[in-house]
Design a protein around this ligand. Structure first.
Ligand SMILES: NC(=O)c1ccc[n+]([C@@H]2O[C@H](COP(=O)([O-])OP(=O)(O)OC[C@H]3O[C@@H](n4cnc5c(N)ncnc54)[C@H](O)[C@@H]3O)[C@@H](O)[C@H]2O)c1
Length: 312
């Protein structure tokens, strides 16, 4: 019999508890409900989880079962990696973004001294269990965050799926079922890339499309107390990096315009919330910065990604 300790996002408590109850041949050591926000993505929450694991008698054969979105799985993956130098880790992603992206690939961690994801490690979950059901309660804003990461993956690797997804989403023909199915396709594409390059030494870097600007926008928003989700910031990042790339002659203006038009048609944010200048302090902290330049991912055309060193 396998021993699980359940950690879940309080907002999906009912789903999480009924999921855990339905597990075959499982001993539930205990559970912990978390309130979820970027502020809670901290070492303090990792400590809380580890204390509960300790009190519940979890050992190296136990498994931390996380039911929640990307914040929950990022924190839990980190806790599972360090508790007793690593215990089992399974995830049931409950947001579209986590199903498409965050639960896949083993990157985890917490924010530290105001810098996003600056403490963490790689820990591929032992299992990821995907269900459409939790998406039914997901607010529209969170659905949009997942759509951004899904479009990002299709933009990089599957132009036809990108076109199809934009067409369905912009005309409001994509309900939860279609979004779940599209999300599963995007998730599988991400898994293939992670399998090829688990430590981000090669093609996995491409998945950072939109993220350099996106993370800087998230940093700016947290400093200013402006509400800004990860997906929203990445969406703006994808559109804006192509405007910059077009100005520097790295891609053509028609591509930058098309991305802006498509994202707007899907009712996604596209405008920088501040002057580019205000984002510069965040670029200095970027994990992908060397010799004063940023490593930027962009598209020369849809389905054709490239990487360059760019001064922004
Ligand atoms: N590790 C990675 O590779 C990776 C990739 C992308 C993003 N991320 C991280 O993931 C985080 C964003 O993840 P997210 O968008 O899933 O956000 P999240 O975990 O904050 O969830 C978004 C909101 O939805 C609520 N929620 C979750 N599931 C719900 C459901 N089924 N019904 C109703 N409400 C629900 C949460 O409580 C929260 O308020 C960021 O911290 C980002 O840095 C990590």
């Amino acid at each position: 019999m396998k021993s699980y300790f359940l950690v879940y996002d309080r907002k999906v408590g009912q789903f999480a508890e009924s999921y855990a109850k339905g597990l075959d041949n499982a001993n539930i050591l205990g559970s912990l409900a978390l309130d979820i926000s970027e502020q809670d993505k901290s070492l303090a929450t990792v400590e809380t989880i580890c204390s509960h694991l300790q009190q519940a008698g979890a050992d190296r054969d136990s498994c931390l079962l996380c039911v929640g979105g990307g914040i929950c799985s990022d924190i839990c993956g980190f806790a599972a990696s360090i508790f007793k130098r690593g215990i089992g880790f399974e995830v049931v992603p409950t947001t579209l973004l986590a199903q498409v992206d965050a639960s896949i690939g083993g990157k985890n961690g917490v924010n530290f001294n105001g810098i996003k994801n600056s403490l963490g490690c790689f820990r591929i979950p032992d299992h990821i269990h995907f269900f459409q059901e939790p998406l039914n309660t997901l607010p529209e804003k969170e659905i949009k965050n997942g759509i951004v990461e899904m479009l990002k993956t299709f933009l990089l690797f599957e132009p036809e799926l990108y076109r199809k997804a934009v067409q369905k989403i912009s005309t409001r023909k994509a309900g939860i079922k279609e979004l779940f199915e599209l999300g599963q396709m995007a998730g599988r594409l991400k898994m293939q890339i992670v399998d090829m390059d688990p430590r981000e030494k090669g093609p996995r870097i491409l998945l950072n499309l939109g993220h350099t600007l996106g993370h800087a926008i998230e940093w700016w928003a947290s400093c200013k107390g402006v509400e800004m989700s990860h997906g929203q910031a990445v969406g703006i990042g994808i559109v804006q990096i192509h405007k910059l790339a077009a100005r520097q002659g790295l891609c053509n203006q028609a591509l930058a315009d098309r991305l802006e038009k498509d994202f707007r048609a899907c009712r996604l944010d596209t405008d920088l919330p501040c002057a580019l200048e205000e984002l510069r302090p965040a670029f200095k902290q970027d994990k992908k910065r060397s010799s004063g330049k940023l490593r930027i991912v962009f598209l020369t055309e849809i389905g054709n990604p490239a990487v360059c060193e760019m001064e922004i």
